[in-house]
Design a protein around this ligand. Structure first.
Ligand SMILES: C[S@@+](CC[C@H](N)C(=O)[O-])C[C@H]1O[C@@H](n2cnc3c(N)ncnc32)[C@H](O)[C@@H]1O
Length: 237
């Protein structure tokens, strides 16, 4: 998979892309991530990527042309069809289903906004999709881009050692994960549930499943309802 990130702050990505699973995925060639500096697509002396708003008001707006020029250059050099994402609090909410869908895209381009946002024409003319990571406002699109990259890359086959472990995590099967424990057996008087020490794999699986269902029902009634609806539909003849 290839991911291009259009940003005015490429240095922000250095830490997250250079550690742990993302670093290994890049080193093994499972993902190629390129940081494209939008200033390289400006034509003025000051390399301006933003300007004042038409209509007046506080805050600058990111200019359309550097973004469109960068997108043109990337699509000319694309290994195949690409999907363009604009980070925006007004976009579709990013979730597990979207991460799964994006993990099947060969070439992803993520545009990071700043200030008051991006000139609407960049979104309109590129045919990109606006994506939000939640109902709150961040200062820029770099952190949302990193969230999307991390969630998508870990779903690529082979990136996390065991895919079975990915499938057990919250949301994959429409449920939250069960509680997890490690050594020591007792911490400040609290013991690990007995069944986990039994060595009885079928009983352990049953307990984990019950815990996952109970947690989902209590903590996320929305997910639980959707899970029950899906299970019911699957059981219908
Ligand atoms: C200060 S925000 C602009 C907010 C915009 N005026 C609005 O109210 O919708 C600057 C940039 O940060 C990014 N951003 C902020 N919050 C975000 C979120 N929740 N999800 C995705 N991107 C976000 C976007 O790229 C956005 O253009």
């Amino acid at each position: 998979m290839r991911i291009d990130v259009l940003t005015t702050l490429p240095e922000m990505f250095r830490g997250p892309l250079d550690e742990s699973i993302l670093l290994r995925a890049r080193q093994s060639g499972q993902v190629e991530i390129r940081l494209v500096n939008l200033r390289d697509y400006t034509h003025d002396r000051h390399k301006k990527t933003d300007d004042e708003q038409f209509g007046g008001g506080d805050g600058m707006v990111m200019k359309a042309e550097p973004i469109l020029e960068a997108l043109d250059a990337l699509s000319a050099d694309s290994p195949g069809p690409c999907e363009i994402l604009f980070t925006s609090p007004q976009g579709e909410r990013f979730d597990h289903a979207m991460a799964m869908q994006l993990s099947r895209v060969g070439h992803l381009v993520i545009v990071c906004g700043h200030y008051k946002g991006i000139d609407e024409r960049a979104i309109q003319l590129s045919g990109g999709r606006e994506v939000s990571i939640g109902d709150y406002i961040l200062t820029g699109g770099e952190l949302p881009a990193m969230v999307v990259i991390d969630a998508v890359v870990r779903l690529l086959p082979g990136v996390v050692g065991s895919y079975a472990s990915v499938e057990e995590d919250s949301f994959y099967q429409g449920l939250l994960d069960c509680p997890r424990y490690t050594r020591p057996q007792e911490v400040r008087g609290v013991n690990v549930p007995e069944v986990l020490l039994s060595g009885h794999h079928a009983e352990i699986e049953k307990w984990r499943r019950q815990q996952a269902e109970e947690r989902t029902r209590l903590r996320r009634p929305d997910l639980w309802e959707a899970f029950l609806r899906r299970r019911h539909a699957e059981r219908e003849p």
